[in-house]
Design a protein around this ligand. Structure first.
Ligand code: ADP
Length: 375
């Protein structure tokens, strides 16, 4: 029996779960918020980890290993690794690619290694699963020397989720993963699509950073890169203002005024034209990627919905799939709309590719990867 303590450390928060890997049971879970702020849960990450340890009480002694979520592993990390001083330096070295996330992840790793020094620590990277992409998929067509000097290429994110969900889809279909072609739609606040051939990511919609690709809660996803230059020239927006615009004031929020998809679907159902138009753009972008990835995969066994929106909104799943009947994709209204929680098939039995809902569980995936490496 193996117990893994999973840590997801943000700039001002620490999310944690103690997971019994064999039973997949969450023994304990919690969140510290507003680290370093007045009235926050802790003064900094190390103080935060001590607070967490207090909360764990006697359970702390049962921890066999610690699994850390790390957002960006660059090209250096292609799989989960045992944390050493060299690994910490390696994560630091790619921090320029994820200046908001990696330093926060590292603060959590440093604090946890100090407080839980007797057990092994493992880093699990959001980018690692996509390192299998071929060069033609991850290369941006810019001057090679510039790109290489600055690490500019597509890395992709949500990899832990895409991999977990692909395995879940294979289990659900009762077929080996290495025989399947899958398109996984991870639709949460952040959103990405992955084309998965024989269990390997061959393309994904996020890029150098999690800004590329789908229309997200507050992020724009794809646009003509000249939009930035144009807005700089005609509107005088600075680099920081452009960053804020594209990451926090765009996407569904920018289009509709609502940041939460439930509010957008409610507003659209109530006749709000902007909400309806925003959802049309959102679904159009997803269908764009389904078509592109169908072509790249050369076949398709299933489209898989996951994450907050993908798992919980029958209306939005139908909005995406209902115009793809010509590709053989259909949802069965009864199967799509029935209240259910677990992995399930929502397409009618028959010829075409299946449509599935497979709930993601990044913490469990991190716990399993940690156990596999340490065990
Ligand atoms: P994160 O990317 O923050 O992990 P989640 O995967 O938890 O996000 O997804 C959060 C999103 O899921 C929110 O925008 C929320 O509105 C949306 N969501 C949850 N339930 C529903 C629902 N029933 N209908 C539409 N959207 C939903």
């Amino acid at each position: 029996m193996m117990r893994v303590f999973v840590v997801n450390s943000g700039s001002s928060s620490i999310k944690y779960q103690l997971i019994d890997v064999d039973s997949a049971e969450v023994v304990l879970a919690g969140l510290l918020e507003r680290l370093g702020e007045d009235g926050g849960d802790a003064a900094d990450h190390e103080h935060g980890m001590r607070v967490v340890l207090d909360r764990l009480g006697d359970e702390a002694a049962s921890i066999d290993a610690v699994g850390h979520r790390v957002v960006h592993g660059g090209s250096a990390f292609t799989e989960p690794v045992l944390v050493s001083d060299d690994v910490v330096a390696g994560i630091e070295a790619v921090s320029e690619l994820a200046p908001l996330h990696n330093p926060a992840n590292l603060a959590g790793i440093r604090a946890a290694r100090t407080v839980l020094h007797a057990v092994p620590h493992v880093a699990v990277f959001d980018t690692a699963f996509h390192q299998s992409m071929p060069a033609e998929a991850y290369t941006y067509a810019i001057d090679r020397a510039v790109a290489e000097r600055h690490g500019v290429r597509k890395y992709g994110f949500h990899g832990t989720s895409h991999e977990f969900v692909a395995r879940g889809a294979a289990d659900l279909l009762g077929r080996p993963l290495d025989e399947l072609t899958l398109i996984v739609l991870h639709l949460g606040n952040g959103a990405s699509v992955a084309a998965i051939d024989s269990g390997r990511s061959i393309d994904t919609s996020m890029g150098l950073t999690p800004l590329q690709g789908l229309v997200m809660g507050t992020r724009s996803g794809d646009l003509d890169p000249a939009v930035l230059v144009h807005l700089h020239r005609v509107a005088g927006l600075s680099v920081d203002e452009l960053d804020t615009l594209l990451n926090t004031r765009s996407g569904i929020l920018g289009l509709t005024g609502h940041g939460d998809m439930r509010d957008v679907t409610d507003a659209a159902a109530g006749g709000d034209a902007l909400a309806e138009a925003g959802l049309a753009v959102w679904a159009h972008r997803i269908r764009h990627y389904i078509g592109a990835y169908l072509a790249q995969l050369g076949g398709l066994d299933a489209v898989v919905f996951t994450a907050g929106v993908g798992e919980n909104s029958p209306a939005l799943r139908a909005r995406v799939i209902d115009r793809l009947g010509h590709l053989g994709l259909h949802v069965d209204p009864f199967l799509n709309e029935r209240a259910a929680r677990g992995p399930r098939i929502i397409s009618p039995a028959g010829e075409g590719p299946a449509v599935l809902v497979v709930p993601t569980n990044e913490e469990l995936a991190i716990a399993r990867a940690t156990a596999a490496l340490v065990g």
